[in-house]
Write a protein that binds this ligand. Structure first.
Ligand code: PHE
Ligand code: ZN
Length: 886
């Protein structure tokens, strides 16, 4: 293996050659597959004599022709990763290359591979080079045709991008289909599927009256489980027209579900390929969370048609250009389909639990990374989720209409192009004549800014001052940071809990009006741009309680001087529902951290009665949305708390969280009981906000009750388990029971498996639940499950459920004896031989090893070192492991 090479954004160069048309012919076979490609090539600069360098990995070259003339050895160079033509003809020419590949042996699941007997592709980011020699980079945009030839019985369905223009039967039991995609595209959006599939068909009529055929393809027995995906697709198509004026641009839209897939789904032009977990759902087999994920991801991939496909990325450093924007769009879509506040809470929790730790660790990178070894490693929560927050800030600053103007200009300028994050920024700015100060730093500086706020009221002057100071912590390669542009949405509550009218703010030596149409506003966005800065609200006639960073207007850590009683007040009264939740979380975080300190000093733990009272009033407030209540009474996760500690102490955090949960359960037992009683499901499962909210609240209450050492409560959970009529309730009851070891635990888990053994998606839930268990010594059980007949290391979903689930357990993954680390270390090396992308995701669980005590550090480091010293390590795992050790 060559030494892994780091690739830098600053080294970007335009390609020397462009491709105009690409004709692909696939002959799919059991032993081998032949790929014939015919490309028309032209130089970027006329008369150029630069070599043409094509990427190619794991390919067997059969022949190569230039303008119809076969090249001999010596006319070209071939190495492990490239095919180079040292002196191609001047001007336009055609290049024909035949290659042989073996999809049946491809366990990496990138390029062309087989899943359950069917052929399918995954080309993003750099998988196309495993199919044929090509300039595998997104700024090469070409028009494709694709002819697929295969056995007719084994592969009755043949799909690729665009429109079907020809099909027919051939000798020897074969048939073929020819697809033509009228839109230019980068090769990462190419797709091919061939296999035994059936479809659910529907149509969507666009707002300009065009009829689009929609087809969702799965194995025949799963077609009934695609109704929700189809509903989601149609809703997404309509939403994009309504909100962004964006219409679908072809007459056919295909979605294919495959069981073996590294990621969630892929937006290939008009042929989205999905992990079947994000397509298949029925009330009996999928939970509300699954239904919501399907809605969001079907939306996400569909929205990519404009933000990603019509306008794509110049290079992979720009990934957030399409992903941050498209995540933002799918978040907004889900908000509009359900509850905006609850969706925002879920998204912010995800950011805090996953992105903040990444931003504070050895893999920290900006939304637009400066370098990478393997691009696959940069499909991260930073690029996706923090990237979406960056897009959200444009909208916060510009308003809905201003943001829309920016989007319109972006498409007007760049349709059909491969562009950069600056191009998006410029469209937003130019469309609005906006002053965005140093906003671009959000793309280049890594690390979560810490913003401190202190407030003071001047009763004589009737002014209220907010003083901000900000600090961006150092991250690898970026020791010193500049202050960022942080939009802080603020409202001020009066003593009755109402928003005070805001008219003007004194800032930077001038008095600025914040009124809108001469009317005072109830909330305003402060533009914090300096290291230290003061904003003074005028005409404030009583001491207010500030509601800061409303709706979480910037992806920062906010440290305010609000007292507990201020926070309880906000929890009870803030008109910004997100901040009501947030106040409760701030209180819970403070409480948990102080109990962790008590635990570490072996002091007895006691729960502040005010906290219990605060949660009780939320739990019993009939005016509140039930899903909001469920979120508000849920404590911050262990990861979030560990992330806030000097030295993360998983045992203490777990003990404290468990203590608070049990304490709440016993003190609020009757409230939780009546919550369960009053929110049982009706017979029929409905996926809508009201019903989901009811289930969420009931199941949150049940989980609390299940934590009690109380056989009556175990009976209750068992009863819920037995009477459940949908997976949401059934699985929630199972989870409640499985918190405690014992016979009921064992019996119910066995019963669940027996019931669902023929549904692999449900079996994965069963794996995950057991893997995540905090019952001490669970590593042995997980090791046993590795040998369970339903487990398979080659299937990413199974790995994510069992291994990924295990890494989420503070008790067992971080077990003091190192047994959890050792287990993961072994698995990573096994996985790396099969599927480097999946291995790399798993090894990431080690990346924050320095956050723990010395003895854990030593144990985790040993595992990383063992991994690093393994022969033939993939670049994927090399990058994560070496950066973790650096
Ligand atoms: N582009 C996909 C998305 O919608 C993610 C993906 C990346 C899928 C790489 C497969 C491989 O976010
Ligand atoms: Zn995406």
């Amino acid at each position: 293996m060559d030494a892994p090479k780091e690739i830098f954004l600053k080294d970007y160069k335009s390609p020397d050659y462009y491709f105009d048309t690409v004709d692909l012919r696939f002959s799919l076979g059991e032993e081998k597959t032949i790929v014939a490609s015919k490309i028309t090539v032209f130089p970027r600069v006329e008369g150029s004599s630069a070599p043409l360098v094509l990427d190619g990995v794991d390919l067997k070259l059969i022949s190569i022709k230039v303008d119809g003339k076969e090249l001999k050895e010596g006319d070209y160079h071939l190495d492990l990763r490239h095919l180079i033509l040292p002196s191609p003809p001047q001007g336009k020419f055609t290049l024909e290359i035949d290659t042989e590949i073996q999809p049946q042996n491809n366990t990496s699941l990138e390029g062309l591979y087989k899943s359950s007997g069917n052929f399918c592709t995954q080309c993003e980011a750099e998988g196309f080079r495993k199919i044929t020699f090509y300039q595998d980079r997104p700024d090469i945009m070409a028009k494709y045709t694709c002819r697929i030839e295969a056995d007719k019985l084994l592969y009755p369905v043949l799909l690729s991008n665009g429109n079907l223009i020809e099909q027919g039967t051939l000798e020897g039991g074969k048939h073929y289909a020819v697809w033509e995609d009228p839109f230019k595209k980068p090769c990462y959006l190419f797709a091919l599927v061939a296999g035994q599939l059936e479809s659910r068909d529907d149509t969507f009529v666009t707002r300009s009256g065009r009829k689009v055929a929609l087809r969702i393809w799965t194995p025949a027995q799963d077609v009934p489980k695609t109704a929700h995906a189809m509903y989601s697709l149609k809703a997404a198509m309509k939403w994009d027209e309504d909100v962004f004026g964006l219409e679908y641009d072809l007459d056919l839209f295909n979605v294919v579900a495959v069981p073996d897939f590294n990621m969630g789904a892929m937006e290939n032009k008009s042929l989205n390929i999905f992990n079947s977990k994000l397509v298949l759902a029925s009330p009996e087999t999928a939970s509300d969370a699954d239904y919501a994920a399907i809605l969001g991801v079907i939306g996400h991939e569909y929205f990519h048609n404009w933000t990603g496909n019509r306008v794509t990325c110049r290079d992979w450093f720009q990934l957030s250009l399409k992903e941050g924007l498209t995540v933002f769009r799918d978040q907004e879509f889900s908000s509009d389909m359900g509850s905006r506040t609850v969706k925002r809470i879920a998204d912010v929790s995800k950011l805090r639990n996953y992105q903040f730790p990444q931003d504070a660790g050895p893999m920290a990178h900006p939304v637009r990374p400066h370098s990478y070894i393997k691009m696959d490693n940069f499909y991260t929560v930073t690029v996706y989720e923090k990237g979406a927050e960056v897009v959200r800030m444009y909208k916060t600053l510009l308003g809905t209409q201003g943001f829309r103007k920016g989007m319109d200009l972006y498409f007007k300028r760049h349709d059909g192009q491969a562009v950069t994050c600056e191009d998006f920024f410029a469209a937003m700015k130019d469309a609005n004549g906006a002053d965005f100060a140093n906003f671009l730093l959000w793309y280049s500086q890594a690390g979560t800014p810490v913003v401190k706020v202190t407030s003071s009221y001047n009763a004589e002057a009737h002014t209220f001052s907010l003083k901000f100071s900000q600090e961006v912590p150092p991250t690898p390669g970026q020791p010193v940071k500049e202050p960022m542009f942080i939009p802080v949405a603020v409202g001020l509550l009066d003593s009755s809990g109402k928003d005070m009218p805001l008219s003007s703010v004194y800032h930077d030596g001038t008095l600025q009006s914040v009124a809108s149409n001469n009317q005072p506003v109830l909330s305003t966005v402060l533009r914090v741009t300096k290291k230290e800065e003061e904003f003074v609200f005028c005409d404030i006639f009583e001491r207010p309680i500030p509601s800061l960073l409303r709706g979480y207007s910037a992806p920062i850590r906010l440290e305010s001087d609000l007292s507990d009683s201020d926070l309880f007040f906000l929890l009870a009264h803030d008109s910004d529902e997100f901040n009501r939740w947030e106040s409760g979380q701030v209180l819970a975080r403070k409480l948990m951290l102080s109990l962790v300190a008590d635990f570490q000093q072996s002091k007895p733990l006691t729960l502040n009665p005010k906290f219990v009272q605060g949660l009780k009033s939320i739990l019993c407030d009939p005016s509140l949305d039930k899903e909001f209540i469920a979120k508000a009474i849920t404590l911050p996760g262990e990861g979030e708390i560990m992330d806030m500690m000097e030295v993360a102490d998983p045992d203490a955090v777990y003990a404290v969280r468990t203590f608070i949960r049990k304490e709440l359960a016993s003190q609020l037992k009757s409230e939780f009981l009546s919550t369960v009683e009053n929110n049982r499901s009706s017979e029929e499962y409905v996926f809508d906000h009201t019903n989901m909210a009811r289930r969420a609240l009931k199941n949150t209450a049940l989980a609390y009750l299940g934590s009690l050492e109380d056989s009556e409560m175990t009976e209750l959970a068992l009863h819920e388990y037995k009477t459940a009529t949908n997976m949401t309730d059934q699985f929630a009851a199972l989870s409640a029971i499985s918190q405690k070891p014992g016979k009921t635990h064992d019996d119910v888990l066995a019963d669940f498996y027996t019931k669902w053994q023929h549904n692999y998606l449900v079996v994965n839930k069963w794996f995950a639940l057991q893997a995540m268990s905090n019952i001490p010594g669970n590593v042995e059980n997980v090791r046993k499950l590795l040998n369970h007949p339903a487990f398979d290391l080659r299937n990413p979903n199974k790995v994510y459920s069992l291994i990924g689930g295990f890494c989420g357990s503070p008790v067992n993954f971080h077990a003091k004896d190192g047994s959890g680390y050792k287990f993961l270390g072994e698995i990573v090396l096994q996985l790396d031989k099969l599927n480097p992308q999946v291995a790399s995701r798993m090894v990431s669980a080690f990346s924050r090893w320095r956050r723990f005590d010395e003895s854990r550090q030593t144990l985790a480091k040993q595992q990383l070192e063992t991994i690093m010293s393994a022969n033939g390590l993939s670049e994927n795992v090399f990058e994560i492991a070496s950066k973790s050790l650096a």
